[in-house]
Ligand binder design. Sequence first.
Ligand code: GAP
Length: 442
Amino acid sequence: MQQPELKQSKSDMMDKIVSLCKRRGFIFQSSEIYGGLAATWDYGPFGAELKRNLKEAWWRSNVYERDDIDGLDCAILMRPETWMASGHVSNFEDTLVDCKSCKKRFKIEQITGKKCPECGGELTEPRQFNMMLKTHLGPIEDAASLTYLRPETAQGIFVNFKNVVDSMRRKVPFGVAQIGKSFRNEVTTKSFTFRSREFEQMEIEFFVKPGTDEEWYSRWVDERFNWYVKFGLKAENLRIRQHEKKELAHYAKACTDIEYQFPFGWSELEGIANRADFDLRQHSRLSGKEIDYFDDITNERYVPYVIEPSGGIDRSILAFLFDAYREEKVKDEKRVVLGLHKGLAPLKAAVLPLLRNRPDIVELAHKITDDLKGDLKVRYDDTASIGRLYRRQDEVGTPYCVTVDVDSLADNKVTIRDRDTMKQDRIDVSRVREYLTENLKR
Ligand code: GAP
């Protein structure tokens, strides 16, 4: 049974997660030793594992467990025409104003009166600011060599629509999934990793016959909401919010956000958009290539509509961390637990010798670790007392601790402790792998 949970204040939660991420090797500020680079982050050893597990879970659910989606891995750099066709060159903009006194920069939506919200100073006239990051390819930096770091992974999928249909013999409806880095020169960059300048997206472009798009759109909203719940987010911390007409991106016919209740308020975790035929038609127009689909059963030729579930890896990680974090009171002491879904947890088990000065116990613990290593991400640790070792593993979300004690040498059994219930099972050494594999599936 789980212990009674201690109540957290929302304002404390942000500090607690930021501190845990740094202290326990989940997320570090990028270029920290030089003072840090704003809105860019490095994933530490446990963060990197969590991120891999999250991507793997998404890929498994969408590519392996369905038969109507293929994966793709496109280049970050694309021809600049891509971003003209997609509308990012002309539409991917924020309207900004600067304060003439304190020099702070604000999005126009952040301003309520005519004065600077920070110092009351005079503001400049609003001006447009394109959020794409620019770079030059080749040795000469001129207009001809200008290109962009992609602001979304989606366009790589659209420009490859024909390639996928032809090489995979795909029939509409089908989808293409992609995970990869995207870049945006964000102006507001508070709230930890929530709005980063370099981040990862997990996107699906699902191609459907026009007229069936609304049905697919609502199916995908349900599908994606349930996916977050399946991997551990509490349903009461999630909600669905339909965009009003005036909020819609330039390409969208409709859009629904899945929002998470972050400590700083309800905010977008993933957007599911009905992009209609905007992108395929635009790429066809600018490239001069025909991009359409021929249905050889009905003899119809049409440009498919697209339903796009588009989520962020970094934002999801943040939500999973907030949702999993809990403090409990156990025998008058505070226990911090990261109750992550077992599939997402960075380590699956830790192997701990009860006495680190007993070579025979240490040897058996190392042997168990070595036996498990190939299949499961496990770690041997003998750097503190057993109580502290348990607490450390609880704090990084390790589902199981395998403890080797004096009796293990005689009966060849170890104790396996469950992170959430703290219940302990005594298991034969030969059954440890089977026990963990079975229980990690639950
Ligand atoms: N292709 C559609 C698209 O890119 P978006 O709503 O701009 O739509 C999709 O982005 C998702 O990508 C968001 O729901 C969010 O999870 C993530 N995302 C967008 N900008 C981000 C940023 N600056 N930092 C972290 N994640 C971001």
